[in-house]
Design a protein around this ligand. Structure first.
Ligand code: NDP
Length: 327
């Protein structure tokens, strides 16, 4: 038996609770992992609360991320004792996930834990941090360099935003952090933000084109915020868009694209090919100051993670929540 969060749904209720589970209930897979840590992402918040139909079958263990040690394997690349990380691939949505002491997975989904990180540090990064790295790589791929000017990071005090600021600052970019939490200014400066701006500046419908300011941007918010970023990118600027914290809509015009040649680069972490994941994790090991993970992450137990699911959806969680599944 092992402990995990289980999401159940019937005619009367949608509920998540910590349960004793039987190993026989685990799904099929080539690798069984003894999980040590998982984490709470925005998507886990949606799954645990049921606020959006993220969970595709019931009952289900949520958790789109995990770090742990291989217990059993029939996969050629993994043997018992190997330390591994998993992000995405629909785990925690349609396949039992990381918010439990055990998981059984397709070995092709796993990434070896980089030597630079302890398991809890890998989970302080998690999908949010690995997505932040994919966004930085997207800016680089489209030619954005530190000397080109300021980079705007939205949702700055959240998970993707926090890691994005730390990585961009270490790479020498000038980072402007957009946040609704003025009280977290010291935290954002500690991560490497050069300036803090109020997110309200971007929240309402704006003009098709505004004063050119940003050489690049990483946006987790969507809706008017993404439209306003496009309208204020410099000529040939780039925005890496990965989130929808304010909505799925994109109320923009084509003006910034056809008059300023800006690029809207979409970023998806879930189905991102394995090679690019390996590069992203290698880049995190090199380009993220490990000491900053202590500032970004805090640890909770499985039971404590459940009420935090509501908080993350309200934008009340600062940085990253690491879940010690054995606590
Ligand atoms: P967090 O909840 O940790 O951070 C989101 C932040 O967005 C909040 O902290 C807040 O920042 C800001 N925010 C929230 N609501 C609004 C709003 N209405 N208007 C403006 N800003 C708002 O979430 P994550 O960082 O984990 O994820 C961020 C987004 O990215 C989510 O939408 C998530 O689904 C998406 N995502 C997508 C991935 C992909 O593969 N494409 C992978 C990972 C995440 P502040 O308090 O600083 O204002």
């Amino acid at each position: 038996m092992f402990k995990g969060i289980l999401i159940e749904k019937d005619e009367s209720a949608y509920r998540a609770s910590v349960k004793e589970l039987d190993e026989a209930q685990l799904p099929d897979g080539s690798v069984t992992v003894r999980v040590s840590h998982s984490t709470l992402n925005y998507k886990d918040g949606l799954a645990i609360t049921g606020k959006a139909p993220v969970v595709r079958k019931f009952p289900l263990v949520p958790g789109i991320d995990l770090a742990g040690v291989v217990e059993q394997s029939t996969h050629p690349e993994y043997k018992p004792g190997d330390s591994v990380v998993l992000n995405g691939w629909g785990v925690g949505e349609g396949h039992w996930g990381g918010l439990a002491q055990k998981a059984r997975l397709n070995g092709d989904w796993l990434v070896p834990l980089p030597a630079a990180f302890a398991p809890q540090q890998a989970m302080a990064i998690g999908t949010a941090g690995y997505t932040a790295m994919l966004c930085v790589m997207a800016l680089e791929r489209h030619g954005v360099r530190p000397e080109h000017g300021e980079i705007l990071v939205t949702g700055a005090a959240g998970g993707v935003g926090s890691v994005a600021i730390a990585v961009l600052a270490k790479l020498g970019y000038t980072v402007v952090a957009a946040t609704g939490r003025a009280q977290d200014g010291d935290y954002l400066k500690l991560l490497g933000a050069a300036e803090i701006v109020d997110r309200a500046l971007f929240s309402n419908a704006g003009k098709p084109l505004g004063r050119e300011r940003w050489a690049g941007a990483i946006d987790v918010v969507g809706s008017h915020v993404l439209a306003n970023i496009c309208a204020t990118l410099k000529y040939r600027g780039v925005v890496a868009a990965c989130g929808l914290a304010a909505g799925m809509d994109f109320p923009a015009t084509v003006a910034p694209f056809i008059l300023r040649g800006v690029t809207l680069a979409g970023v998806d972490s879930v189905m991102c090919p394995r090679n690019e994941r390996l590069v992203a994790w290698q880049r995190l090991a090199k380009d993220l100051d490990v000491a900053k993970l202590g500032t970004i992450g805090r640890e909770v137990s499985l039971a404590e993670a459940i009420p935090l699911a509501e908080s993350i959806l309200k934008g009340e969680v600062r940085g990253r929540v690491v879940v010690d599944v054995n606590r």
